[in-house]
Design a protein around this ligand. Sequence first.
Ligand SMILES: *Cc1c(COP(=O)(O)O)cnc(C)c1O
Length: 356
Amino acid sequence: MQQLSQKAIYNQFASDNYAGICPEAWEAMKKANTGFVSSYGDDLWTELACKELREVFETDCQVFFVFNGTAANSLALASLCRSYHSVICHELAHVETDECGAPEFFSNGTKLLHIDGRNGKLDLTEVELTITRRSDIHYPRPRVLSLTQATEVGTVYTPKEIEYASQLAKRHGMRVQMDGARFANAVVALNVAPADISWRSGVDVLCLGGAKNGMAVGEAVIFFNRGLADEFDYRCKQAGQLASKMRFISAPWIGMLKEGVWLKNARHANHCAELLEQRLTDINGVRIIYPRQANSVFVEIAESAADALRAAGWNFYSFIGSGGARFMCSWQTTEADIDLLSEAVRSACHNSIERL
Ligand SMILES: *Cc1c(COP(=O)(O)O)cnc(C)c1O
C-alpha cells in the first residue's frame, strides 16, 4: 500500500483526469453502498440523479449514464446518424483526434468531416461551405454538427455563438451534439445557466462530463430532444455501457449536483488556471497561445525548457492543440501547485535563454 501511494504524481498538470474523486462524490457513492438495490438503473439513486439533472437544466430531458466520454460522444453521434451520414466537427475535436474511430465504429461508417477555425472553435463560414459543397449521392450527407464546450484548447463558445451554429445546422436539417467533457468549466467561465449554453441555444444532445470534474466514472448523455433518445438504451447495452451497479455512477451525480458542487469544482479549476496564466504571462520566454477561458493554459516555450521541466518531474501534454505545452488544472489543484509550477517554468525558461 505504501509503495503504491508513493507512486502518486504530485507535479501534475497533464490532465484533469489525473485528479481523484472529490469528497462529495465519494460520500455519495458510500451512501449508495447499503443493502441490496435493483440493478441496471432501475433504482432510486438513478431516478433521483435524472430528476436533479432535469432541474439543473430546467427542462424535461432524457438522461442516460455511460462509463466515459468516448462512449458518450460516439453513441450520441451514432444515434443521430445513419451510416451514410457525416458529422461536422473541428479538426482538433476529441471525437476526431482522440476516440480511436469510435464515432465511425458505433455508427457503422458515418464519416467525420473536420474543419478549421480559430482558437479551437468552428468557423461557421467553413461549416456552411462543407455542408453546401456537395449535394450529390457520392458525398456523405452532413447530419450533425458537433461542438466541444469548453473546447480542446480551453476556449468557450458564448451562448450567441452556439445559437448561430445551431441555427446554421438546423437550416440544413442537421442536429447539434455537444461534447461537454468540460461543460461545467464553460458554465462558470460564462456565468450563465446550463440551459443557456445547451438546449436554449439549440443543442439537441449534450454529453456532460463527470470524470474530469471530480467523479470516478460516469458521463451523462442528455437528450433535450426526447424523440432522438428512442432506443438509446439498447445502444448503451450493446456497446457494453450499461452498468449493472448503476447506482455507483448515478449516486455521485447527486453528490455533485447538490449545492452546486460541480460548479464549485469547475470554478476552482478555472481560478487556478487564471492564476497560472497571470504568473506565466510576465515570464520571459513564455507565450500564451490561446485565450485562457476555462481550466487550461497553453503556452509556447523553448523545447529545451520543456525538456528541463519534464526532467524535473513536471507532467504536462504537448500533443493537444497546435503543439504548445498544456497545463491543465482540476478541482484538486492547489495555489501552492501553481506557485511551484510558475517558478519551475521561470527557471527553465531562464536557463534555456542563458544557453542561447
Ligand atoms: C477527456 C475528454 C473526453 C472524454 O474522454 P474519455 O477518456 O473517453 O472519458 C471527451 N471530450 C473531450 C474534449 C475530452 O477532453
